[in-house]
Design a binder for this molecule. Structure first.
Ligand code: MG
Ligand code: MG
Length: 269
């Protein structure tokens, strides 16, 4: 069952989402060659607690850390470790925070130093597919409309859309109804309702959409060993339109990137 949130609850969810946004922004300055994902995880946990929240992933389904850190061919759910990142890597950092009883959950894939043009393109297309999907999160539409839009855009670029892992409703639980697949058919799936909040999160493989799982029981990686990217926003349905609760602004501030990509998803007031 989809749980609609009140305006007050949506403001609390914005607060949780923004703690994650700021955590990603803090990490953006630290994600460099030589740093380990365990070190980044420790920085994030301290930062989240300093902002009066609790890491949303730590202990969730027994996950051992605060961040899911998925480099290169890892898709999602990678576990932080003591291997230093190196120039040319990419890393998906997925972060959750719990405050006032509500979760924030969003993700960004960072380039470590200079990456190849091919990988840069994967990052750009995956992030753009996120906004292509968010545009379809509106009154009258269904989960299949979002999934269709992301799948079409992604496959038109020749990339693989991961099927086994999906976006989700978000609220007092990290994973609520509905599931938000990154593939689908127009007009199919659950109908959107005013006040609902979702995490939309395309996971895009440069090659095959097929995946496998490591023996650690968590890490998902591409079956062909090619890179995979992942971007995630938290979005509320307000006045029939998608409104972003999370933002990449802090990441862009840290990286010196100018962008107005989120402007169309802000409320007018
Ligand atoms: Mg996430
Ligand atoms: Mg999520």
């Amino acid at each position: 069952m989809i749980i609609a949130k009140t305006a007050e609850e949506i403001e609390l969810m914005r607060e949780s989402a923004l703690i994650v946004s700021k955590t990603l922004g803090m990490l953006a300055s630290e994600v460099k060659p030589g740093i380990t994902t365990l070190k980044l995880d420790a920085l994030a946990e301290t930062f989240i607690r300093d902002h009066g929240a609790v890491p949303g992933f730590l202990g969730l389904y027994d996950f051992p850390n605060s961040l899911c850190m998925s480099p290169n061919a890892q898709v999602v759910h990678g576990i932080p470790n003591d291997t230093p990142l190196i120039e040319g890597d990419i890393i998906s950092i997925d972060c959750g925070a719990l405050k006032n009883g509500f979760y924030g959950d969003h993700a960004y894939t960072f380039a470590i130093g200079q990456v190849t043009a091919e990988i840069q393109k994967l990052l750009e297309v995956t992030k753009e597919s996120l906004y292509v999907g968010i545009r379809q999160f509106k009154a009258g539409n269904r989960t299949g409309d979002v999934g269709y839009a992301i799948q079409k855009f992604t496959e038109d670029h020749g990339y693989g859309v991961v099927r086994e892992l999906v976006g989700h409703g978000l609220g007092r639980k990290m994973h609520e109804d509905p599931e938000m697949p990154n593939y689908g058919k127009r007009g199919r799936g659950k109908k959107f309702i005013e006040g609902m909040v979702v995490a939309i999160e395309p996971m895009t493989n440069m090659g095959t959409r097929r995946i496998k799982q490591l023996k650690d029981g968590w890490t998902i990686l591409t079956a062909d060993g090619k890179p995979s990217a992942h971007f995630e926003h938290n979005v509320a349905l307000v006045n029939g339109k998608p409104e972003l609760l999370s933002t990449f602004k802090y990441v862009y501030d840290a990286l010196g990137i100018e962008s107005d990509e989120e402007a169309e998803f802000r409320s007018a007031d």
